[in-house]
Design a protein around this ligand. Sequence first.
Ligand SMILES: NC(=O)c1ccc[n+]([C@@H]2O[C@H](COP(=O)([O-])OP(=O)(O)OC[C@H]3O[C@@H](n4cnc5c(N)ncnc54)[C@H](OP(=O)(O)O)[C@@H]3O)[C@@H](O)[C@H]2O)c1
Length: 341
Amino acid sequence: MTIRVGIVGATGYAGEALLDILLRHPSAAVTGVYSRNENPRPFAEIFPRFKGRTGIICSRLDVKKIAEDTDVVFLSLPHTVSMELVPYLMKAGKKVIDLSADYRLHDLAVYQRFYNVKHTDARNVKQAVYGLPELYRAKIKTAGLIANPGCYPTAAILALFPLLALGVAEHSPLIIDAKSGVSGAGKKLTEEMMFSEVYDDFKAYKVNVHQHAPEINQELTRVSGKKTGVIFVPHLLPLARGILETIYLRSLPGQKRSTGSLVSLYKKFYKTEPFVRIKDAGSFPRLKETAGTNFCDIGIQADGADIIVISAIDNLIKGAAGQAVQNFNIMYGFPETTALL
Ligand SMILES: NC(=O)c1ccc[n+]([C@@H]2O[C@H](COP(=O)([O-])OP(=O)(O)OC[C@H]3O[C@@H](n4cnc5c(N)ncnc54)[C@H](OP(=O)(O)O)[C@@H]3O)[C@@H](O)[C@H]2O)c1
């Protein structure tokens, strides 16, 4: 079976990573790539690294043409743009994997507060499945619309899921000290993302007001059944890609844990997951070990009641394009690791 695949927003960081992965997929035929570009151009002319791999033309974004050309559409667009296209594509019977934040939050008032815009497609928010396979594999199998998770939330939720789902740790506060390379912000030109501003510097931003905090709380509250309290502080690394999060939390009263026991608990919990790797006791994730891969690496340290969990991902792969293809594989019944290992 070959599935006709379209990538909308293909000229962005995540879109380009999607094409790179999907060209390696034996059961996907990329039949359309689109951007706002007025003049259709060979994609390999825009990105010469694709020369010799594909002759596909990057077409102007036209929702009718996208629906004609494809069976499944990856939307790698800024938030608010996705929710303009999704209603049409869903009506046309297409499956959609949306990488933006438009379908991730169930509470539309929270969406409006954190994204500064009113949501216009409440109907499809209800049927969207949060595309974190380690949590929702069964629902993803039959989903028509996937809300692919944010990059910071992917690393945070996978790091905390075992402790909260098994009731090992306090639900609040969950202190997340997160660092990301600059590609996490996309390609748009802003002064603060210029090389001369970012290079040789390190800073916090959106301190405890970042839009990914409610997403992390939403999902951790769902899987644990108790309201979680995330304190989330992102930082900008002078690197192109990679996310590393150091997370601090406490054991439940009277339940002191050792590093060894928690490492064993995590290894057992994620035993069947193809893309979660648990470090041995005393060893911790490094960005270099996840760069270019769909893996989330997790390390754990416990000392009495204090627990520290460290996770790392490539924001453009497990944090975006790789996870989207993992969801695609699950939706169509392909082996989950296809094109990702
Ligand atoms: N970067 C990450 O690490 C990451 C991780 C997880 C999720 N995401 C999400 O994935 C989506 C894409 O992220 P990205 O980092 O790839 O962004 P990006 O590099 O800024 O790319 C955005 C893409 O959307 C197109 N675009 C921009 N404005 C548009 C508009 N108004 N209408 C139609 N097309 C428009 C751009 O094409 P042209 O400018 O060529 O028209 C480009 O192809 C975002 O929603 C982002 O939040 C990103």
